[in-house]
Design a protein around this ligand. Sequence first.
Ligand SMILES: [Zn+2]
Ligand SMILES: [Zn+2]
Length: 310
Amino acid sequence: MLSVTFLGTSASRPTVERNVPGLAVVREGETFLVDCGEGTQRQMMRYGVSFALNEIFFTHFHADHFLGVIGLVRTFGLQGRTDPLHLYGPKGAKKMLDQALKLGIDHLPFPVEIHEVKPGEVIGDRGRGTGERYDLRVFGTEHGAPSVGYALAEHERRGRFDPEKARAAGIPEGPLWGKLTKGETITTDDGRQIMPAAFVGPNRPGRLLVITGDTRPCASVVDAAQGADLLIHEATFGEEEKERAKDTNHSTALEAAQVALAAKAKRLVLVHLSARYSVAPEELLTEAKTVFGETVVAKDGMTVEVPYSD
Ligand SMILES: [Zn+2]
Ligand SMILES: [Zn+2]
């Protein structure tokens, strides 16, 4: 299972309906956060997101995306946490997060490690013990400050085993089937060597989940989101404020949709809405859908599952 829960979908400041940015990614029982705006911990409680997490990935260090880490680490301390917490973010992460963690407290009862990441970096070999592994790819975004997005890219899965073919070839059901499924060559009781290729289909694609954070529409996002099963793109403004979007290094809903189209993404979720669209985001949805049909506007507490494409 791979799913995303939107903890905050408002840009810059909270509204009655929407908190500032925060996103929980849950994959095969493992949870991590992408951004952690003020009040994120309370949103986690409201929407049933586990506090048993070891990593937070920050897209950038504008206040709406990281102030929540101050309170969240206090709560972790009160809960008696001893496991290390890993915080990732672009250039400046060490300075900003170090200050945030020291604010109003002498000592945290668990270690915190801060990692600065660069576009092009792969935080790899993840997902041990959860079936297929995956990479977290860091990609560049354009937001007028050091900023990155994150792409969760699962490795290919083994092809499907064909039991009918195996039976027809006289391979008895049991451990030999298991070995073929795992891609191993087997020897049958009557001494035949059998290669797995004939009984196992081609490798199948894993899932690709792409989270932009704040950004102008840009080529690096299009590249990172090629064929994405789910693209989560900021859409701070509507077309009537497209100049403002440019001036403030944000995107309009239509621009986000154009990125999704150019990347041949399968689905698009719009987040990071300006307060003026908090109650009525239909205008953003309508504009986006003129170029990309499979679009929804996120709301706080919404969970989106990311199924395999096959
Ligand atoms: Zn923001
Ligand atoms: Zn920002």
